[in-house]
Write a protein that binds this ligand. Structure first.
Ligand code: 0X9
Ligand code: ZN
Length: 294
């Protein structure tokens, strides 16, 4: 069981993933997605009943470095799915607790509100790319190196994004649901980020998202709102959820913006973690159930 009373550092989270796999060999396996720019391991975990031909669901957390409230949600998913065989009969679960380990580590050691990756930009002293603008779906190459939403020198210039994109595209046959966990805003966002035009299965996306929001609200009254990304937030290109949906890999694709806290919203106290994971887990479970049933 992971710690929910403090924000774990990257090394501790990876050690926890490795221990979990070692302790549950019949259920859990390591999904080694490769290395970050600075050589940190992108370690995901697969939880499965072992049956062939299962559908699958994916969750990644903290692709934005400073969003520390996200990894505990991924770790809670692992705890729950390990404990409940019925959840493993629904689908194979893939969870990546820290999608941007270089940035996450840097936000612990140097700059609490760091957002981007840590790959240097040639010809600029400004470091990093916004990984959630770097995916190869309608990637928009216009942007300033120093911008918080710099999209990178090319689509998938960031190895962290390429690793996730490669997993998603190569598992398109089984993948039903893609979820990126971010903060903050208490939002359940569905595609696309570049247009408010409804996507073909928008009714199902809204129905699943609303069922999820209802399950979250039932815990302690927090109401997440279910919105199209572009309408509910702002226009974007190259985000991970839009990639998973846009290439046809996941019919259900979402970004969850968790609760905020602290000045600026990206700095909730560790004492907020337990409440967030307790209310969001039932919402994610409901989302999985809905998306696999419809
Ligand atoms: O801007 C983002 O990447 C996300 N918000 S955050 O405050 N965590 O940075 C929202 C992404 C939502 N999805 C799309 N726009 N496709
Ligand atoms: Zn984010």
């Amino acid at each position: 069981v992971a710690a929910y009373d403090r924000f774990m550092e990257f090394e501790e989270i990876n050690a926890h993933v490795l221990e979990t796999v070692a302790a549950n060999p019949d259920i859990a396996s390591l999904v080694d997605l490769g290395l970050s720019t600075e050589g940190r391991e992108l370690l995901g975990i697969k939880l499965s009943n072992g049956a062939a031909g299962q559908k699958s669901v994916w969750f990644d957390c903290a692709i934005h470095a400073r969003e520390w409230i996200a990894p505990p949600v991924c770790l809670r998913i692992i705890d729950e799915v390990l404990a409940d065989p019925a959840l493993r009969d629904l689908a194979d679960w893939y969870i990546l607790p820290v999608a941007n380990p270089d940035g996450y580590s840097y936000s612990h050691t140097d700059e609490r509100f760091w957002r981007k990756t840590r790959r240097p930009n040639e010809g600029s002293s400004c470091v990093g790319t916004d990984p959630n603008r770097n995916f190869d779906f309608l990637w928009d190459g216009v942007g300033d190196f120093c911008s918080e939403v710099y999209p990178g020198s090319s689509a998938f210039s960031e190895p962290e994004c390429g690793a996730i994109g490669n997993f998603v595209s190569s598992n398109a046959d089984s993948l039903v649901l893609y979820v990126a966990v971010h903060s903050y805003g208490e939002l359940i966002l569905y595609p696309f980020g570049h247009t408010v035009e409804p996507v073909p299965n928008v009714d199902d996306l809204i129905a699943a998202g609303t069922a999820s929001a209802d399950a979250i609200e039932a815990v302690g009254g927090t109401r997440y709102s279910v919105e199209n990304s572009a309408a509910g937030l702002y226009f974007t290109f190259g985000a991970s959820d839009d990639y998973a949906y846009g290439i046809g890999a996941a019919l259900y694709s979402y970004t969850y913006e968790l609760s905020g806290g602290g000045s600026g919203g990206f700095n909730p106290p560790a004492s907020a973690i337990q409440t967030v994971v307790d209310e969001v887990w039932p919402g994610l479970k409901t989302l999985v159930e809905y998306s696999l049933a419809n």
